[in-house]
Design a protein around this ligand. Structure first.
Ligand code: PAF
Length: 282
């Protein structure tokens, strides 16, 4: 496995594969890798000849009071994990390599679906994701790109601009990887105190209860209110509990497939999770 830190070096490493028309798979990450990321790499490995993983903590997707500076940077540990799951090339550029030292005047703003859910609490976040992911797509030029469904809204935003801008690759969404107790894996879980780590799986349990209630015929509004009550009683400060279609359109009743979304703070740590509930076939 090679590690490249420059765009030029990455191109030199990928050019033979491009010339031989090999299928290139790409997993963009911000590092501090866990099983969720490694499962993305495993999926890429199944489908592609060459697997590239980027590790880049992207400054422009963090708000001024967010954790850009303290975001865990664990390159050496990440390299070991990636070598074990068969990654071919790690791309770990510096901020300067990605953004240069001249001002960036171009933005990629996906309307509507970015002004909802996490976009409300994190203004500009998805613009920053869209810019860096587009840059990375242009640098790597993969055939397939792999993203986790835990960041369901991010995945929807990426699918949208890939379609709108005719970016020539296929986006693959990979199911959420969970700890044994149900907590969706996230690099930010490491911020939780032992006490809060024990409470955190309540989010998934609440989603599962909500699914059971919906399937038993409880009204959607009541199900969402119950989720709020349970999470608040467990000590969460709820940011949002929402129901959307898989395309992120608002939904009032459970009369089609629905995705239940939760964002909630436990101590200083903001956790997100989601669960898709299929509308029962007649
Ligand atoms: O999901 C992430 O880790 C990041 O948002 C991504 C897609 C790597 C862009 O920086």
């Amino acid at each position: 496995m090679k590690t490249e830190t420059t765009i030029q070096g990455l191109s030199a490493s990928l050019n033979p594969a491009r010339a031989a028309r090999k299928i290139i798979g790409f997993v963009p990450t911000m590092g501090n890798l866990h099983e969720g990321h490694l499962n993305l790499v495993r999926e890429a490995r199944k489908l592609c000849d060459v697997v590239v993983v980027s590790i880049f903590v992207n400054p422009i997707q963090f708000g001024p009071n967010e954790d850009f500076d303290s975001y865990p940077r664990t390159l050496e540990q990440d390299q070991h994990l990636l070598a074990e799951v068969g990654c071919d090339i790690v791309f770990a550029p510096t901020v300067e390599q990605m953004y240069g030292n001249k001002p960036r005047l171009t933005n990629i703003a996906v309307s509507d679906i970015t002004n909802d859910l996490c976009g409300l609490q994190r203004p500009g976040h998805f613009d920053g994701v869209a810019v860096v992911v587009t840059k990375l797509f242009n640098i790597v030029q993969p055939n397939f790109a792999f993203f986790g469904q835990k960041d369901f809204q991010q995945l929807a935003v990426i699918r949208q601009f890939v379609r709108d801008l005719n970016i020539p690759l296929e986006v693959i969404g990979v199911p959420i990887t969970r700890a044994e107790d149900g907590l969706a894996l996230s690099s930010r879980n490491g911020y939780l105190s032992a006490e809060n780590r024990a409470i955190a799986p309540t989010i998934y349990k609440t989603l599962q209860t909500a699914e059971a209630e919906l399937l038993a015929g409880t009204a959607l509004a009541e199900v969402l209110a119950n989720m709020n009550t349970t999470l608040t009683a467990a000590g969460f400060v709820v940011d949002y509990i929402e129901a959307r279609t898989p395309e992120l359109q608002k939904i009032e009743q459970f009369d089609q497939d629905v995705v239940l979304f939760v964002a909630a703070k436990l101590g200083a740590t903001r956790l997100i999770d989601n669960l898709q509930v299929k509308y029962p076939a007649a």
